[in-house]
Design a protein around this ligand. Sequence first.
Ligand SMILES: NC(=[NH2+])NCCC[C@H](N)C(=O)O
Length: 300
Amino acid sequence: MGAFRKAAELEVTTKTAVLIESLAWLKQFNEKIMVVKFGGNAMVDESLQRAFAEDMAYLRFAGIRPVVVHGGGPQISARLAELGIQSEFRGGYRVTTSESIEVVRDVLSGQISRELAGMIDKHQDGLAITISGEDANLFGGRRRGAVVDGETVDLGLVGDVVTVDPTAVLEAVNAGRIPVIASIAPDLDQPGQSLNINADSAASALAVALGAEKLVILTDVAGLYRDWPDRESLVSIIDTEELTELLPALESGMIPKMTACLEAVVGGVAKAAIIDGRTPHSILVEIFTHSGIGTEVVPA
Ligand SMILES: NC(=[NH2+])NCCC[C@H](N)C(=O)O
């Protein structure tokens, strides 16, 4: 047998193995809701955005029901700079004012949600549907500052999701559509006021409210490292008990993401994962292979 023919046969064997490995996961996730937090570099790189839209269409046509939640920190900063709106910073975080919250809304709902939905719709007309956290009672928020060196600093109109009414999202999902959700919410304590909501916590709260099977958070790291920055210590799977112990010692940028995973699983979501959004199609590897690609959080 020629070497060429052998190589071709090997390639077929590899492809066959990959395809058949996915069967277990196609069965497990069939018709299940999966909440995906879109963020980080993937959000500001057009080819990664396009790959992400393709992945969402892929999940949907594989029989899964994806729900996308996104933030937009970098785009908001860029738009504020363009408009010449000066921001005050406290403890390294931008303070959101009533002037800048209008820009936040416009960038999140008007720009990012629409662009992403447009890319998903390239795969089938009307596949995506944009929903703002301010629509149909979806989210209710409460102001929360950031903790810097053990002290809470007031960041203005910034907060966390504290109430979720998933009715509109469920309707969209049941109609076979992919909701694309902007992380902005009415302030429960101040009627008429809106808050810029942390998208990790919003995705987590929504996953719980929807009874999702899995929460997946895209980030700019490969996953959770037990001993950062030791590259060998990347964790593939961790339970809520061990994660709770590890959490206070984590690098500060990881804490909100791992907390979101933890709260989702404690709230009843079967599992949650953080994966590298800089690697195109990493979500397909996470979902459809046994070993996945990032760090998965499971119940203790
Ligand atoms: N990082 C990991 N260990 N992931 C395991 C993923 C297993 C399976 N494909 C799932 O999505 O549930």
